[in-house]
Design a protein around this ligand. Structure first.
Ligand code: C2O
Ligand code: CU
Length: 463
């Protein structure tokens, strides 16, 4: 006898098994497709030509994916691109086989091919997904989208907005994406920074709000290399989560918020601007500031201010790592323009900086300018790692660890919030610690994507 799905459901219900299954199991039975496509859309202002982009679902940013915490997420990736690709679910403490890293956790999916992603989202928060093959090109062409995991109980806000911050390197004459992706100048300096800054694919995103309205803003930096320095105007805000993970106590926004590539910040903001005025998320520039997002105020949500927000509910496995007996690791980052790296290992051989540059390598981790067959470290489950990151270059680097979040250890030994990406300034040394709790091969790389492609990628193995 062939049991139908309905029979199975009935049986499960009868046996009382249904209650123990994750909530998303049945809802996720269908396998929605997520296609990476070539599309033309109006990215520049109306008077300019349309731009050819690569987008998930053909949109910029890619279609929002939203699931409940602890639910199962299934997507059939359909590759309608002219290049092989794969999808990485950035920040999700995922099963390694689903991490989407071409060449490490899976083969890149050829044009016309598919791959079934199927995993559980253990943590609530703001995440994102993006291409992880030739990412310095594919992400720049638009292959990224928000991935939101909802808390079982939503925080007390009037509404939320997901804000994907990005920049584009466009030719203003043709409206097309500049295709100098592997250009040595971009690889060897700060990375590919664009000449056109957008939020949710718009250069002038404007959102209506009411006075005293309380919003949750989910900021995601999806750019290849741009560091967004941001501040609030006409808004009072609190940081409630970083890289998806809730802060134990909401931190009032007092200074400039710095959002490095791949980082996320969840804010709760109250609209203080008067009716008829605007409030802004301000992009702080070297020369001048501009509005990243305009909030136009009309109407009133309440007559009075509210009390400061409470913390978001904690995610599982947020315990502080036990530093006693931690395994010490060290990562020295070198190279780049104006750096002092005169040679490094490539293809197992020592090469002079000039030879490395000719081979498209400008950076090295611990003196090696390539992803090696052997990991940076072989780690055992349950171990604690104390990793010193020495940036011996003049550029900042956004170091991202796959599969596990970490905490910064400050000089006085205090542990910072859980993050998956840390922005390490030029010539800075920082220390991070994490509990090794997810088996598999995990990439550790700079999220300035041109840097990752030209020497700044390594990995750890957890068994
Ligand atoms: Cu968001 Cu390896 O990347
Ligand atoms: Cu870098």
């Amino acid at each position: 006898m062939i049991a139908t799905r309905r029979d199975a459901l009935k049986l499960a219900g009868l046996a009382g098994l249904g209650a123990g299954l994750p909530r998303g199991l049945f809802a996720a039975e269908e396998k929605p497709e997520l296609a990476a496509q070539v599309a033309r859309l109006q990215l520049l202002p109306e008077s300019y030509p349309q731009t050819e982009v690569w987008g998930y679902g053909g949109t910029i940013p890619g279609r929002e994916i939203r699931v409940g915490q602890g639910q199962r997420l299934r997507r059939r990736f359909v590759n309608d691109l002219p290049q092989a690709s794969s999808i990485h679910w950035h920040g999700i403490r995922i099963d390694n086989a689903m991490d989407g890293v071409s060449g490490l956790t899976q083969d890149a999916v050829a044009p016309g091919g598919t791959f079934d992603y199927d995993f559980v989202t253990p943590d609530a928060g703001t995440y994102w997904y993006h291409a992880h093959n030739r990412s310095w090109e594919q992400v720049a062409r638009g292959l990224h989208g928000p991935l939101i995991v909802d808390e079982a109980e939503a925080p007390d806000v009037d509404r939320e907005e997901v804000l994907v911050l990005d920049d584009w390197l466009l030719n203003p004459e043709t409206g097309q994406i500049d295709d100098s992706f592997g250009h040595p100048m971009m690889m060897s300096h700060g990375g590919r920074t664009g000449n056109y800054v957008t939020t949710n694919g718009r250069y002038n995103l404007s959102l209506p709000v009411r006075r005293h309205e309380r919003l949750r803003l989910r900021l995601i930096n999806a750019s290849n290399a741009r560091i967004f320095p941001l501040k609030l105007s006409g808004l009072e805000g609190w940081i409630v989560a970083l890289d998806g993970m809730p802060l134990a106590t909401p931190a009032p926004v007092e200074h400039v918020l710095v959002l490095g590539p791949a980082q996320r910040t969840d804010l709760i903001v109250d609209v203080l601007a008067e009716e008829g005025e605007t409030a802004d998320l301000v992009h702080v520039g070297d020369a001048e500031n501009f509005s990243q997002v305009v909030f136009t105020v009309s109407g009133t949500a309440s007559q009075t201010r509210r009390a400061a927000p409470v913390a978001l509910p904690p995610n599982p496995k947020m315990d502080l790592p036990d530093l006693a007996g931690a395994t010490p690791l060290r990562l020295v980052m070198s190279g780049g323009a104006m750096g002092r790296m005169d040679s490094a290992i490539l293809n197992g051989e020592r090469m002079a900086f000039r030879e490395l540059a000719a081979a498209g390598r400008f950076w090295a981790f611990n003196g090696v300018a390539e992803m090696t067959d052997t990991p940076l470290a072989d780690l055992g489950l349950g171990e604690t790692v104390l990793l010193e990151i020495v940036n011996d270059t003049v550029f900042p680097h956004a170091m991202h660890l796959h599969g596990m979040h970490f905490r910064e250890v400050s000089e006085d030994g205090a542990l910072g919030p859980l993050r998956d990406t840390i922005l390490v300034g030029g010539r800075e040394t920082r220390e991070i610690a994490f509990t090794v709790d997810n088996p598999g091969d995990w990439l550790f790389h700079c999220h300035m994507l041109g840097h990752a492609a030209s020497g700044m990628t390594t990995w750890v193995r957890v068994t």
